[in-house]
Design a binder for this molecule. Structure first.
Ligand SMILES: [Zn+2]
Length: 480
């Protein structure tokens, strides 16, 4: 005789003496289910029609395969097989009895959710009791927080410390032209509470740091990573692993996006995927590389989707999967992610047991601090203005990319994108003074270093780049 284990779902346990699992003998799935009913006759009318057919809202699985894809009731069983009975469950029945009933307004507001058996009243109440932290109220955080608020996630925390800038409006749909100059979080709270007054918005108006991350993340059920820099990304990951919280990841670059869910309790973490960050000068930021404005909308909405699924324990989360999206090709690809058995953070024997200095780890300067320019000679915007007006003005080399050149540039400059510089040094005259510039002074600092290493002596970097030039010399220059 073949011995199987039948799993009884919660709604039917009352008809099987409260048992979750029952050992049942039978050579086929059909025989197993009928034998089960022999043991617990009260199950009969819940599983079978009066005509003796299995009811069509009852699904039967053999070892995680739906028997409809096998040989249905005739599927043979083997010793040790697990037969699971999975009825369609009407959401809300009997669940969450302890929380107050939904108000009339809530019943109307969330009616399209309530109609979904997968959400229902119980699911909606669960959302209303949930707390989600969105790190970064920018391109990704905008759509994510809007949809989470609309869905009725009870508490939404936002971490950001920027003010709304005109250049944000191409993609950060939380904000309007009217809001330019105001703190993002203040505007975000008005917008989210305007959308759904039943949602509480918690503001964390400071940069997320190792010193405050654990405290800020701790009260939340799920953390959404909407950051735009590596130090904060690693910090969010590490704090989530240490606190045992899911980290809903999204990132964007030009026309391409990535999304995943990192939950070290059930799968890999971000460190398993990328143990170390790329060198700071290898990966340009959105401010340098540009980003297709709709892209963060798509990726952010995927993050909102994964967040609500996690909160409701619905469907298949993106745990252990990296979803890649290409807006130009309009396609999605999926890669399998595995837990790194040697991960410094989430392996059974972690070597890192707390938060570290992420700016140092990523090799970038702390937010707001000026890079030391690795000791290259610098010129201030004021000095450059005076030298340009002199009888022997320096040669100006712009090392940005052509699209940036089209937005703003200094008159008389020569465009030599950073990557082309090693092959185009012959265009520079060694006898003449050379000033190199970029947007913020970081890339040009590296280019200045390169030219010095190649033997150029009269090379200086424009301190603070065009952003500083716009601030100190020419306010009409567009800052991007
Ligand atoms: Zn890991």
């Amino acid at each position: 005789m073949t011995r199987t284990t039948v799993k009884i779902p919660t709604p039917l346990r009352g008809f099987a003496d409260g048992r979750a699992e029952v050992p049942v003998d039978g050579e086929t799935v059909d025989a197993v289910v009928r034998e089960l009913v022999q043991q617990f006759p009260k199950l009969q009318k819940h599983l079978f029609t009066p005509g003796g057919e299995l009811r069509n809202f009852v699904s039967v699985y053999l070892n995680e395969e739906d028997i409809r894809h096998l040989q249905r009731g005739a599927t043979p069983t083997r010793d040790g097989d697990v037969v699971a009975i999975v009825p369609a469950i009407a959401g809300g029945a009997g669940a969450a009895a302890s929380s107050p009933p939904l108000s009339r307004d809530q019943l109307v507001r969330y009616s399209r959710h309530l109609l979904l058996p997968e959400v229902g009243v119980a699911g909606q109440k669960k959302l209303l009791r949930s707390k989600v932290l969105v790190v970064g109220a920018g391109g990704l955080g905008s759509p994510t927080s809007l949809y989470l608020a609309a869905a009725g996630v009870g508490e939404i925390g936002l971490v950001d410390f920027d003010a709304v800038d005109v250049s944000n409006l191409q993609r950060q749909v939380l904000y309007t032209t009217h809001d330019v100059g105001r703190p993002k979080l203040e505007v975000a709270r008005e917008r989210l509470e305007g959308l759904n007054p039943g949602v509480k918005v918690n503001l964390h108006p400071a940069p997320l740091k190792s010193a405050n991350a654990m405290e800020i993340l701790r009260p939340y059920d799920v953390v959404v990573d909407g950051t735009d820099n590596f130090p904060t990304r690693y910090l969010v990951n590490d704090a989530c692993v240490l606190l045992g919280k899911p980290n809903v990841y999204g990132s964007i670059y030009r026309f391409e996006g990535q999304a995943s869910v990192f939950d070290a309790r059930r799968g890999p973490c971000y460190r398993c995927l990328y143990p170390e960050p790329p060198p700071a000068d290898l990966v340009p930021s959105c401010a340098e590389a540009g980003v297709f404005g709709i892209l963060p909308g798509i990726v952010g909405i995927m993050q909102a989707t994964e967040t609500v699924k996690l909160l409701l324990d619905l469907g298949e989360p993106l745990i252990g999967r990296l979803l890649l999206f290409d807006a130009l090709a309009m396609n999605f690809r999926e890669l399998k992610l595995r837990k790194n058995p040697d991960c410094v953070l989430c392996s059974p024997k972690p070597t890192q047991k707390g938060l570290i200095d992420y700016e140092q780890f990523c090799g970038v300067p702390a937010a707001g601090s000026q890079r030391s320019s690795s000791g290259v000679p610098e010129i201030t915007p004021e000095e450059l203005r005076d030298e340009l007006a002199s009888a022997d003005p320096p040669m100006l080399v712009d090392v940005r990319d052509p699209p940036e050149w089209d937005i703003a540039r200094l008159p008389s400059a020569t465009l030599i994108p950073r990557g082309e510089l090693p092959n185009r040094v012959s265009e520079l005259t060694r006898a003449r003074q050379v000033v190199v510039y970029c947007r913020s002074g970081q890339r040009s600092s590296q280019s200045t270093r390169l030219l010095l290493d190649l033997g150029f002596q009269n090379v200086r970097n424009l301190k603070g780049g065009l952003l500083a030039w716009a601030d100190h010399i020419d306010p009409s220059m567009p800052k991007y």
